[in-house]
Ligand binder design. Sequence first.
Ligand SMILES: NC(=O)c1ccc[n+]([C@@H]2O[C@H](COP(=O)([O-])OP(=O)(O)OC[C@H]3O[C@@H](n4cnc5c(N)ncnc54)[C@H](OP(=O)(O)O)[C@@H]3O)[C@@H](O)[C@H]2O)c1
Length: 264
Amino acid sequence: MDLKIQGKTAFITGSTAGIGYATARALASEGVDVILNGRTETKLQEAVQKLQREFPNNTISGLCIDFSNTKQIEEQLGRLPEIDILVNNVGIYSSVSFFETKDSDWQQQFEVNVMSGVRLSKRILPNMLTNNWGRILFISSECATLVPVDLISYSMTKTAILAVSRGLAQLTKGTGVTVNTIIPGSTLSEGAEQFLENAAQKEGKTKAQIETSFFTEVRSSSLLQRFAKVDEIANTITYMASSLSSATNGSAIKVDGGSMGGIL
Ligand SMILES: NC(=O)c1ccc[n+]([C@@H]2O[C@H](COP(=O)([O-])OP(=O)(O)OC[C@H]3O[C@@H](n4cnc5c(N)ncnc54)[C@H](OP(=O)(O)O)[C@@H]3O)[C@@H](O)[C@H]2O)c1
């Protein structure tokens, strides 16, 4: 299927690994020029070169920004070219008891998970409106409504994203620009693999045991009963970033394997 986005330019935050990198690959395979992002120049250039080798006909580049560093964001954002597709993917979390979560943890997760998308959209949306074409996608999480007790601060950021996304969509009324949110369920990205490894160590179990007990005990509401692959999330993001999704605006699309329940 031709998604009709060949020659567009996409910026994907947090894209040297995980869902972000898988999305970059999927977009590049549709002929999109991709700008990757991560915190360190070394890892970023490795990812840029890897993707460029796979897609020699696309323009693949990188913009190094740590979205917890406000000064760096201000300095670097001016280097972005015109963007047709913005994927606000970067997200951080730490599994901590509510009583041990510091104010600075709340603030840092809000900065990275919410304000990165706010600042980028403020910069990029006006041009999209002028061009009468653009796609902004926010990446939320099933935690937005499941709210695990060890991830309350993270979940707060993922719920906040839904309001930001819906509000921005309202600014696009009557244009060819859309703003939507994708809501992934538990996904086996490098970050999630690390999370599993840490839990295995903490509980003295194997990773496989942690995986099994996660879906029987913790995420029993999942109909999928397994971690999603990063490509399964990236496929939906890529379709929503495409010209073919033009009638969907202001929506939240679940790719949660059914974990959040409900029909809508
Ligand atoms: N995995 C899941 O189970 C799951 C479920 C639901 C929702 N989500 C959401 O999906 C998104 C992607 O998740 P993921 O699991 O793929 O993430 P991940 O594997 O943890 O991705 C890490 C990526 O984020 C970048 N990154 C981390 N902190 C950054 C910062 N401060 N500034 C810029 N880049 C930063 C890393 O770059 P460097 O290391 O190169 O700096 C790397 O490219 C997140 O918003 C997450 O909340 C994930």
